[in-house]
Design a protein around this ligand. Structure first.
Ligand SMILES: *Cc1c(COP(=O)(O)O)cnc(C)c1O
Length: 386
């Protein structure tokens, strides 16, 4: 560790099987290394249009306001929530993990009246409970929820939640950071009004970009706000002068040029494979993992129908010491997995099989390594005791 900052940084070669970032394909890294060009260069504007088209296809939408926020998934969360809510507005937010909790925090800071709806971590959102809350509070304007809870490995029924919200005239905000390209997303069919995702989960792109999309209904809502959007940078009515369709593009901010090369390449790879094929690959990797875990005597936290293929919450056996095992995986075997958070800290490991991570050879390597690392730890415990 005796490095001088005058030496170039050479990252270690890790297999990223945690909650993100996921492994990035060499083609995507190479795309990123292309020469930087001006962000209003006609060639770059062509690239932005193609990214928009590929994002629309990935989200299952024709929404014109579809683009990549220049920031991580959390900034996409800010973009969706802060464009829609005004101070005093009532928003119902389902909390069944870290990210629903974060959405409440964003809405509170925006001055909204937040009605949180809690579910046990590790279980999905119950659409009936959403309906009951909407019946009880007549003036709820928005329903926010997380499609794929990365902190617990649970998926919720987005179609059912969106249908209920529509029945009661509320706009929906969906966190699709981990779901995009890993499980099906059909924004238009489901009637989702605002969605944000992230580049570094199932898209297998470096972190730092957040694909977002707003329905025409959401855009109308933003145009008729009484107050201005709290964030100048995230105000979609401004950003769209830059990302917008055929109209002349006006300077808004300097796009992260090389990061968008990477996003373009990762989306191109997704569409060459096909969304359905990508989703099937995630599922196959998950089933391979689940079977291998059973053989090792390990169990998953989440009930089968609600399991996320791309994020597997594994119960840590009582005989195993969590932190040293994860440290051994990283330091001795170059594999990163995630720790449990909040009430699940020390109780679960989070194994992400996202994007390029969802490949049979990576699942085999993890299962083999986990077996070895657990065996090593048990042997050490025995030799210490004797
Ligand atoms: C990772 C994640 C986020 C936050 O994304 P960042 O890029 O870390 O800001 C939000 N929601 C979910 C469900 C996530 O998995």
């Amino acid at each position: 560790m005796n490095r001088s900052y005058l030496e170039s940084f050479l990252p270690p070669s890790r297999l990223l099987l945690g909650p993100g970032p996921s492994p990035v394909a060499p083609e995507v890294l190479m795309a990123m290394a292309g020469p930087t060009i001006g962000h209003l260069d006609p060639a770059f504007i062509g690239l932005m249009s193609e990214i928009k088209t590929m994002l629309q296809l990935a989200f299952g939408t024709t929404n014109d306001v579809t683009f990549a926020v220049a920031g991580p998934g959390s900034l996409g969360m800010d973009a969706c929530v802060l464009n829609l809510i005004e101070p005093g507005d009532k928003i119902l937010i389902a909390r069944n993990g870290v990210f629903g909790t974060r959405m409440c925090e964003v809405a509170l800071r925006g001055g909204a009246q937040v009605i949180p709806l809690d579910f046990t971590w590790g279980t999905p959102i119950d659409p009936q409970a959403i309906e009951d809350a909407l019946k009880e509070h007549k003036d709820i304007k928005f329903v926010g929820f997380v499609h794929a809870e990365t902190s617990t490995g649970v998926q919720s029924d987005a179609a059912a939640i969106a249908a209920i919200a529509q029945k009661y005239g509320a706009l929906t905000i969906m966190d699709a950071v981990t779901s995009l390209a890993g499980i099906p997303i059909k924004l238009d069919e489901w009637g989702i009004d605002a969605v944000y995702s992230g580049s570094q989960k199932c898209l297998s792109c470096p972190p730092g970009l957040s694909p977002v999309s707003f329905s025409p209904r959401a855009v109308e809502h933003v145009k008729h706000r009484k107050s201005r959007v709290l964030s100048w940078f995230l105000d979609i009515t401004q950003v769209m002068s830059y990302w917008g369709g055929d109209k002349a593009r006006a300077y808004h901010h300097t796009a992260p040029v090389n990061s968008l090369y990477a996003l373009h390449e990762s989306l191109r790879r997704l569409h060459v494979e096909g969304i359905e094929a990508s989703i099937a690959r995630h599922r196959a990797a998950h089933l391979q993992l689940a079977e291998g875990l059973t053989a090792l005597g390990l169990e998953l936290l989440v009930d089968e129908p609600f399991r996320l293929p791309q994020l597997n919450a594994i119960k840590i056996p009582s005989t195993i010491n969590d932190a040293p095992l994860r440290a051994s995986l990283l330091n001795d075997f170059n594999i990163e997995i995630g720790a449990g958070l909040g009430p699940l800290a020390g109780k679960i490991w989070r194994v992400g099989l996202m994007g390029e991570g969802a490949r049979p050879q990576h699942v085999s390597r993890l299962l083999q390594t986990l077996d070895n690392a657990m065996e090593n730890q048990r042997n050490e415990a025995i030799s210490l005791a004797s």
